[in-house]
Design a protein around this ligand. Structure first.
Ligand code: NG6
Ligand code: CA
Length: 517
């Protein structure tokens, strides 16, 4: 079949309008289906980019992406922390329907089970080659604590649709602190076999709490944990022994992820590819490369934003250099909202100044208030999308079904059950998007463009350690986001009908299962 027909004008709705309707079908035409790149930043806040209003920091590369593409103002991750957020993005299944999708330990078994169909499987079925690079945080291996870090770790990304993977198992602040390439430790050091435990320390191994003098790069913040295994002068969550030459250097993490992503693009430029890049920036421990240290006025948190911006710039530069911009859909977003102090003494709080990582929103990472899940979201596809700003209500949950539409695949019953095709919203021809989005923290919330309801729960309203307003309350909460984007006035008692309506929608969603812990 003529690919130009399929992907220039033949897809009906979306591309017909976006591509051919705009008279730019030729730009979309290529010998194969459009490449797709998801860049998922970590803990990047709604207000952390200059294109989203930040003035204390400049993010020129991400701004350029936004200026040439579509910048969304009402886009949501499914959850306010990483594991459940990424789980939903990859599976099109609400993480809160399961009780085992909470923040994964570094030795967690793979949260997405091999029998599940992921967005990577979808792309593979559509003839793509698929890659996952960077932060994973979805567990590896079968069951917690059973991985052999010295051999093949299985099941893994290959069992859920990724042909290639180069990953950190969990987070920068969790052991094991090694890269895992195609389910084996990259650069494995035979002289330093690896053991990992989240239960007991290894005798003789230095810990943050017992050997603070070895914390040459970052110290854990009081009352935040992060005082266990010391790797590379930084103490982590969890215990680890060995690794030797395979251990990562935190200052090189962004360079490594960027280099791997660049190489992936270069190697696959002649075939349709789907690439997921999970950046480590701007999660803790923030320890950017010397090139970025001190380059913002905000300490390492700001420097990490600049480093992230550079990563995005390098990826875009590579697409451009290989002539791929007109045949590649790029989505840049964040897994959850921002946090300033998340466990290390890095002066993020002291040097924040006027910068508001959450923009005009309330709350942050972990929170049911908007900043927990309303995230930066930029769609770029030269000649097809934008430029512009879209207020359409969109959610990561819909990426799966939207990519099915993009690639011309039908989703079988039961696959990505919570995902809906919103390709037109992603490409900008529909400026409405969803009727409502459901977001998870300790409790669920639901918002239409205008109204927001937060279900009552018994969580604490304020996390002292991270200084987060959680939005958790035993009372029902209703906010009018059009008039009160900062969620200051609870209108639940004034608008009981609205509460009933939103609660009803939420209850209906929950009928298909809710095991939120
Ligand atoms: C928390 C960690 C936090 C961060 C988070 C996961 C403590 C006290 N805090 O448990 O530092 O690692 O988990 O963040 O341990 S996420 O963005 O990957 O979900
Ligand atoms: Ca995160």
């Amino acid at each position: 079949m003529n690919a130009n027909l399929l992907f220039g004008c033949g897809l009906g709705g979306s591309l017909l309008l976006a591509g051919c309707g705009a008279g730019k079908a030729d730009n979309a035409a290529s010998s194969h289906k459009p490449n797709v790149v998801f860049i998922v930043a970590d803990d990047l806040g709604y207000g952390d980019l200059s294109c989203y209003g930040a003035s204390a920091i400049a993010t020129p590369h991400m701004d350029r992406l936004a200026a040439g593409g579509l910048r969304f103002t009402d886009a949501h991750s499914v959850a306010a922390t990483s594991t459940p957020s990424r789980y939903s993005l990859f599976t099109g299944h609400y993480s809160w329907r399961r009780n085992d999708t909470g923040i994964a330990a570094g030795d967690a078994g793979m949260v997405i089970r091999p029998e599940q169909t992921t967005i990577a499987d979808l792309f593979k079925t559509a003839g793509y080659t698929t890659g996952a690079i960077g932060k994973w945080h979805l567990g590896l291996g079968d069951k917690v604590g059973t991985q052999d870090w010295n051999g093949l770790i299985t099941p893994g990304p290959q069992d859920i649709g990724f042909d290639y993977s180069y990953l950190m198992a969990a987070t920068g602040d969790r052991v094991p602190c090694v890269w895992i390439e195609n389910q084996r430790v990259a650069g494995y050091d035979v002289d330093a076999p690896i053991s990992v435990s989240y239960k007991v320390p290894f005798p003789g191994e230095p810990l943050g709490k017992t050997h603070p003098e070895q914390l040459t790069k970052l110290k854990p913040a009081p009352n935040h944990g992060h005082n266990q295994a010391i790797v590379n002068g930084i103490s982590r969550i969890g215990y680890m022994k060995g690794g030797g030459r395979a251990l990562w250097q935190d200052e090189n993490i962004a360079d490594t992820i960027t280099a791997k992503a660049v190489r992936y693009i270069e190697q696959h430029k002649d075939t349709a590819f789907f690439l997921y890049v999970g950046t480590n920036d701007i999660h803790v421990p923030r320890y950017p490369h010397a090139r970025f240290q001190g380059k913002s006025d905000m300490g390492y948190r700001g420097d990490a934003i600049l480093q992230l911006d550079w990563t995005v710039g390098e990826i875009m530069k590579t697409l451009k250099a290989n002539g791929l911009l007109e045949n590649t859909l790029v989505i840049l977003t964040s897994d959850n909202g921002p946090v300033v102090n998340d466990g290390y003494v890095d002066q993020a709080v002291e040097l924040l100044g006027e910068h508001r990582p959450w923009g005009e929103l309330r709350g942050g990472k972990y929170s049911s208030f908007e900043a927990g899940t309303r995230v930066p979201f930029i769609v770029s596809w030269q000649g097809i999308v934008g430029p512009g700003v879209s207020g359409a209500l969109v959610s990561h949950i819909d990426l799966f079904a939207s990519m099915a539409q993009l690639t011309g695949e039908n989703l079988k019953e039961g696959i990505a059950p919570d995902s809906r095709n919103q390709l037109d919203a992603l490409l900008g021809t529909d400026r409405q998007g969803r009727d409502y989005v459901v977001k998870a923290a300790r409790t669920l919330s639901i918002s239409t463009g205008e109204w927001k309801y937060i279900a009552p729960c018994n969580g604490t309203p304020y996390y002292k350690s991270t200084r987060t307003e959680t939005g958790f309350s035993r009372e029902e909460q209703l906010y009018n986001l059009r008039e009160d984007i900062g969620e200051q006035r609870n209108l639940a008692s004034e608008y009981p009908e609205k509460v009933k309506e939103l609660k009803g929608l939420l209850e209906k969603e929950k009928e298909k299962g809710c095991l939120l812990r």
